[in-house]
Every structure is written in C-alpha cells, then in structure tokens.
Design a protein around this ligand. Structure first.
Ligand code: FAD
Length: 440
C-alpha cells in the first residue's frame, strides 16, 4: 500500500502533469519508475536538474521488480567490482533515510554458506580480503554455536558485518517523495512508446512520446525500464538494437516458523540475512515483514514475457515451482531443522521479475547508434540490483550530464557494465565461477 506521504505527492504530481506539455525542456527524462529510475530521479533533482520521471503503470505497482517486502543488502560478491558499490550504497541509503525521516534499511550481519571448495564462495572470501571487508570464516561447529545453523561437515560459513533487509516498496516511495520534494515532476500511467532525437534546432535533445500521444522534451534521457528494457529499446530503435536482457519470472516463498521459535529468526535476536552457495543458490532474510514467517527462496525462475505473466500461483503445480519447493524443503530441514515447518511447504508466495543478462552483470551505458550519448540505458540487474539503486542513480546522473568525458572518469566503475562486452563475447564477462541464477 502507498504510504500517506506517497499519496500526498501523487496528487501533487497529477496537478503538475496537467501543464506538462507546456513545461518546456527537461534536463533529464527518466523512463521507468522502479527503484533504479526513482533513485536516479532523486539524485538528479537533488543536484538541481529539471527532472521528469515517467512510469507506464501506477506508481508503486506490483508488476515489475521493485515491489514487495524485502530485499537483501550484502557486500559479499564473487565479482570484485560489486563490493565497493555496496559500500557506497550503504552510505547513500542512510543519507536518504535521514532526509525522509524513516527507515527502509534494517541492518544485520550477512552469512554466506557453501562447500569449502565452492569457487564462488572462495571468490567472495578473496574479495573480502581485497576490499578490507571484516569477515570471519566459520566451520560447522562454529556456525552452529554462533547462528544455530547446521551445515555439512565439508561446508564453511562466512560472516560479514554489512548485511540486512531493504524494504522495497517503501524505499521506492521514499525516492519518489524525495525527488518530488527536490522539484522533479513525476507522472505515472504514461507508457512511453517512442524516443527520438529531436532535430528541431530550437529545442534539440530527445523527444519522448507516450502511447496517448503526449510529448516530452529532454536534453538527455535515461531508460530504466526493468524487464521491458529489450522490448522498449527494440521498438524505439526500429528493431536495430536488441539488448541481451531476458525477463524471468521468479517466485519467493514464505515459511512458517514453529511456535516457540519465532524469536530465533528476528533481527533483534541476531538472525542474519543469508545465502547458500550450494546447488541451487538459496537466499533468505530474517523474519520481519510478516509475523512468524521467514522468506527463503531459490535464486532462479522461468523465462517470460513481462506482459504475459503466468504469475506464481498459476503455475504452482508446474515442474519449476515443484523443484524449487522440493530443494527448499530439503535445505531448510538440514539447515534449520525442526524450527521451521518445512514439511507442509511454503505458506505464502509472491511473483516478481528478474531482468537477466547472460553474465548476470548489469548494463549501464550510452545506448549509442543514432542516440549517441544522449540516451543512457540501465538494466539487466539480474536479480541483484536493488541494494545498488543509490550508487547506480549517482552513476546515471553523472553519465547523462557529463557524456563521454564522464564515462572516461567513471571507467573503473562501469567498464564491466558496457554493452560492447557482448560484441566481443555473446556470453559477456568471463568469470571463473558458475552462474548463480537457475532457470527452469
Ligand atoms: C523476488 C526478487 C528478489 C530480489 N532480491 C534482491 C535482493 O535480495 N537484493 C538485491 O539487491 N536485489 C534483489 N532483486 C533485484 C532487484 O529487485 C532488481 O534488480 C531491481 O528492483 C530492478 O529495478 P528496476 O528499476 O531496474 O526495474 P523495475 O522495478 O521493474 O522498474 C522498471 C520500471 O519501468 C517501467 N516501464 C517499463 N517500460 C516502460 C515504458 N515503456 N514506459 C514507462 N515505464 C516503463 C516499469 O513499469 C517498471 O515500473 C530481487 C528481485 C526479485 C524479483
């Protein structure tokens, strides 16, 4: 449900949208008001840029990737380029919280489990060392005595300080409210169907058109369309540009904690956010959003068309869901024992979208072609982008405002996210460990 503040700004937005077509040129138009677009709008408006944020559905809708009750934040990544982004993001999350006056980030420790020879987990450890992230490696006995978690004899657990839960819908509402407060114009129910380079000498820049025929002018445009990214880019480039982003429908599950054990799984009792690098990759967050329920899910899903969803419940009997639930039951039984009611299966599920790239790395780049550096794309967050929204927003505003000169400055941060990697290798960045998202 939208918060009171969100409702307030929605009505303000409606009034300002009446005058939209006459409001002249925006410095930045952002297409897509998920967490990435909303955070970008906040950062741009805060820097004094005349900003417009456009969304095809209602604000805070449940049809994309940024809704719901919990997302994990963790600095543990097998790739060396993500931990510094998370560390910067943590600071921005706290700054935004201070500005809005409520919390969207609930910090815990992060616990990563897996076979002692798992290549991803070994890379996680080496990145902790590389980036001076405090970490402790636990054996079976230590993980049991510190966290009451059972792992097999040949597994280890890595505990780090930066973990926790972000509240997605609340966080998106926060960024939108702050963007509005800093002067951004926000407009929902506006599906963008065209982006053209405006040849009119008086205006220049980018012309963005909606399905209903509204037109918006911007000096620069950032496209943050989530699972609709490939469709939209293909459409606006007349089929010339196809981004390698596959929409995937994933299902998260909530499990009942047995009576008398509820406190064990709370943040207050020290329950960490966690990930298990076995087969499949499983993740979870402490009990927070629903009383006595804990979220534990498989990092995977089914390829889909974002406009023709099956939704989780409709496919409860299908092979993919049954396999995921079967794996989760086994894992919960061996990891948490009889403290969670695994036998009866999950008591609640929610459907959500991933935007998957072949290497599971983000795409952050100029669109190029006729759009040159005037249109920036940010997508393919591959099921791990929420925590990064603040830092990605900062990068996107830098790129859109500074063009190629900014890209040179930002090269160390964005070189793994450029589109050119797929021209060199359709699989993208080469890694020394396995993919994490499991497709069924
Ligand atoms: C179940 C689940 C669990 C996850 N867990 C984690 C986690 O623990 N940690 C983590 O960091 N990340 C996690 N993620 C990933 C994270 O949530 C996503 O990476 C992030 O939300 C992506 O945001 P986005 O803004 O790119 O996409 P979206 O939120 O989908 O936003 C894109 C927006 O663009 C709009 N749009 C599309 N086309 C148009 C158009 N033509 N005109 C106007 N608007 C348009 C869409 O309607 C949508 O609102 C998880 C994702 C899921 C689904």
């Amino acid at each position: 449900m939208p918060t009171h503040r969100a409702l307030q700004f929605a009505s303000l937005t409606f009034k300002s949208s009446q005058k939209m077509e006459n409001s002249g040129m925006f410095e930045l138009i952002i297409i897509g008001a998920g967490v990435i677009g909303s955070s970008t709008a906040y950062q741009a408006a805060k820097r004094g840029k005349k900003t417009l944020l456009l969304e095809q559905f209602d604000f805070l809708h449940y049809r994309g990737s940024s809704h719901g009750e919990s997302r994990t934040i963790r600095a543990t990544y097998p790739e060396p380029y993500y931990p510094p982004m998370v560390i910067e993001s943590e600071k921005h999350w706290r700054d935004a919280e201070s500005e809005i006056g409520y919390n969207v980030f609930f910090k815990t420790e992060q616990l990563d489990l897996g076979p002692a020879d798992n290549s991803s987990l070994l890379s996680v450890i080496s990145n902790c060392e590389k980036h001076s992230i405090n970490h402790q490696i636990l054996n079976r006995h230590q993980s049991n005595s510190l966290f009451s978690i059972e792992i097999p004899e040949d597994w280890i657990a890595v505990v780090t300080e930066l973990g926790g839960v972000l509240k997605p819908t609340k966080a998106v509402a926060m960024f939108q409210t702050l963007a509005s407060k800093h002067g951004a114009v926000l407009k929902d129910k506006t599906e963008i169907v065209d982006v053209e380079m405006e040849m009119d000498e008086r205006r220049g820049g980018v012309l963005v058109s909606s399905r209903l025929g509204e037109k918006f002018w911007g000096r620069k445009c950032v496209v943050t369309a989530g699972a609709w990214m490939s469709k939209l880019v293909e459409k606006v480039s007349d089929g010339r540009m196809v981004l390698p982003i596959q929409p995937v429908e994933t299902t998260v599950f909530y499990w009942k904690i047995k009576e008398g054990k509820e406190v064990d799984f709370t943040i207050e009792a020290g329950c960490p956010s966690f990930a298990s690098y076995g087969e499949p990759y499983i993740y979870g967050t402490p009990a927070l959003e629903f009383p006595d329920l804990i979220k534990i899910a498989v990092h995977g899903g089914r390829e889909c068309d974002p406009d023709k969803r099956t939704w989780g419940a409709a496919v409860a009997g299908t092979e993919g869901i049954s396999m995921a639930v079967g794996c989760l039951k086994e894992w919960i039984k061996s990891t948490f024992g009889e403290r969670i009611d695994w036998e009866d299966g999950p008591v609640m599920s929610q459907s959500c979208l991933y935007s998957l790239t072949p290497d599971e790395d983000y795409i952050i780049d100029f669109l190029g072609g006729k759009f040159n550096e005037d249109v920036v794309v940010a997508g393919g967050f591959s099921g791990h982008g929420f925590k990064m929204a603040p830092v990605v927003g900062r990068i996107l505003v830098d790129l859109a405002s500074g063009g190629k000169a900014a890209a040179v400055q930002l090269d160390e941060e964005i070189k793994h996210f450029k589109l050119g990697r797929f021209e060199r290798n359709p699989r993208g960045n080469v890694k020394g460990f396995e993919d994490q998202v499991r497709l069924t």
